[in-house]
Write a protein that binds this ligand. Structure first.
Ligand code: SF4
Length: 272
């Protein structure tokens, strides 16, 4: 391959590393950074509602991830994209993409590099990450998360049976351990922790995470975590499984009002 072809290939790949700005229903115009390998889904979960389909690169530890975009490649792609858009129209920069973004072992260097670029350009745009919360027990992951303005951590249920059916972890995992580490991270990053919860309906009883016996425990645990904000939402895009559905708006509003009674009006948002 010639140098020119090599550059062209790199540019094509970089196009997929930085995406958007996309109009997000939760965040407004968001510029996305995908720090994961292209053309596959690398994740520690295989959620029934995942819009990316089945997890075909199941990974539990960043040290096992291969062929991920390096800090240098991501920084070059980011600079290139900033040159071609109007950065003043971006609300937020979001690390997300082809699976669980905390799986990139260079995450801390990447966020630092992105922040340097923003500082050089005098751009004051918050940087956030969407994570499934399953790797918070790893010190290298928590060190990287401390660098973000907001960590938006998934917690769909606190019930072990529901968790196994809904999020389908790729290895043995206990939701009580995940909750323990979410609380630990809350202690470390304080008000920058946000909880995101997908509420779904299904023909299968075990997937209904709004059932009273499940949701009442969820409310207790979220109150204990005491996040800065809770984002409640339901399906927006086609899920990976056919028998998973949106819940009615009233259902989300009902859960929100019970949470608001515990956390306060301002700390619960509903996206429908
Ligand atoms: S954690 Fe996110 S990327 Fe992973 S399977 Fe669930 S929805 Fe998909």
């Amino acid at each position: 391959m010639t140098v020119k072809e090599d550059e062209r290939k790199l540019h094509l790949e970089m196009g997929k590393i930085i995406y958007g700005p996309v109009p997000s229903r939760r965040f407004g115009p968001s510029l996305g950074i995908n720090p994961l390998p292209l053309n596959k889904k690398s994740c520690s979960f295989n959620c029934v509602y995942c819009q990316l389909g089945v997890t075909n690169n199941p990974i539990m530890n960043p040290m096992d991830l291969e062929n991920y975009p390096s800090t240098d490649v991501i920084m070059r792609a980011f600079k290139d994209r900033l040159r071609r858009i109007d950065p003043s129209k971006i609300n937020v920069i979001t690390f997300s993409g082809n699976g669980e973004p905390t799986l990139n072992p260079e995450l801390r260097e990447i966020i630092r590099g992105i922040r340097e670029i923003l500082d050089e350009l005098n751009l004051d745009v918050p940087i956030q990450i969407l994570t499934n919360s399953s790797l918070f027990h790893l010190p290298m992951v928590r060190e990287a998360l401390k660098e973000f303005d907001y960590v938006i951590a998934k917690l769909d249920t606190v019930d072990q049976r529901c968790f196994l059916s809904l999020n389908r972890p790729i290895a043995e995992m206990n939701i009580s351990d995940i909750i323990k580490w979410i609380k630990f991270l809350r202690g470390e990053i304080g008000e920058r922790l946000i909880i995101q919860s997908m509420i779904i309906d299904s023909d299968r009883m075990e997937l209904k995470n709004y059932r009273e016996e499940v949701i009442s425990k969820f409310l207790d645990v979220v109150e204990e975590i005491d996040p800065a904000l809770v984002q409640l939402y339901t399906l927006d895009r086609p899920p990976s499984e056919p028998d998973v559905y949106r819940v009615p708006r009233g259902m989300l509003l009902g859960i929100a009002s019970r949470l608001r009674a515990r956390l306060g009006e301002e700390r619960v948002m509903v996206y429908y």
